[in-house]
Design a protein. Structure first.
Length: 209
């Protein structure tokens, strides 16, 4: 009986894990503003011209392809025809070429320092694209716009390949300002390589010098 109770508690706890984020405010991660969209929306609208219905927070975008019916507790029960505009700042300590991957179902776009790196827009099944750019030392702004069309399946994953390293999910708490650094100057983005298609399943293992 005790084993059964523990199993039920573990199952319920798993269901409470936020999919796209939580309403608990965080200053070191992504802030995602949620928008309602008109049904039959086929492409990302200009979200900055829409009024958000609420905000969520997360340190990573790691929503693997899955069903989604619970909506956003505390914000809205909408589980289709919605969009999220995520924004975060990260610190790049070592200059070099950084690759980014963006997996989404449906459409999503990635901007770094306001420059469009990946355009994975439209209504589609899980699709992953990759692009890269040289980032100099300093603060860099990330913006990911995402929308979900008709029910029920979703996916949104942002990955990064730092110079000389393997692919991993980008977690903002791994790109914080080092202790003792006070000159928080903006970094520069240069030499962008356009997006290319990647297999949806499995991790990206491409490395950049």
């Amino acid at each position: 009986m005790m084993w059964l109770s523990l199993s039920i508690m573990a199952f319920l706890a798993a269901q409470e894990i936020p999919t796209f984020g939580t309403t608990v405010v965080s200053s070191s991660g992504f802030r995602g503003q949620i928008y309602h969209l008109k049904s039959e929306t086929e492409f990302l609208p200009n979200l900055e011209k829409l009024k958000p219905v609420g905000a969520i927070y997360t340190t990573e975008l790691n929503v693997q392809p899955q069903t989604f019916q619970q909506g956003f507790p505390g914000v809205t029960d909408r589980f289709e025809w919605f969009a999220i505009l995520y924004a975060a700042r990260i610190w790049i300590e070592h200059e070099g070429r950084y690759a980014f991957t963006l997996l989404s179902d449906d459409g999503a776009k990635l901007r770094v320092d306001r420059k469009l790196l990946i355009d994975n827009d439209g209504i589609h099944q899980p699709s992953k694209l990759e692009a890269s750019a040289v980032l100099t030392r300093g603060v860099h702004e990330l913006q990911i716009s995402y929308f979900q069309g008709p029910r029920y399946y979703v996916a949104l994953e942002l990955g990064i390949v730092p110079p000389g390293q393997a692919w991993r999910v980008l977690r903002t708490n791994e790109f914080l300002v080092p202790e003792g650094v006070t000159d928080l100057k903006p970094g520069k983005i240069e030499k962008i390589k356009s997006a290319s298609n990647l297999p949806e399943a499995g991790p990206t293992i491409r490395r950049f010098p």
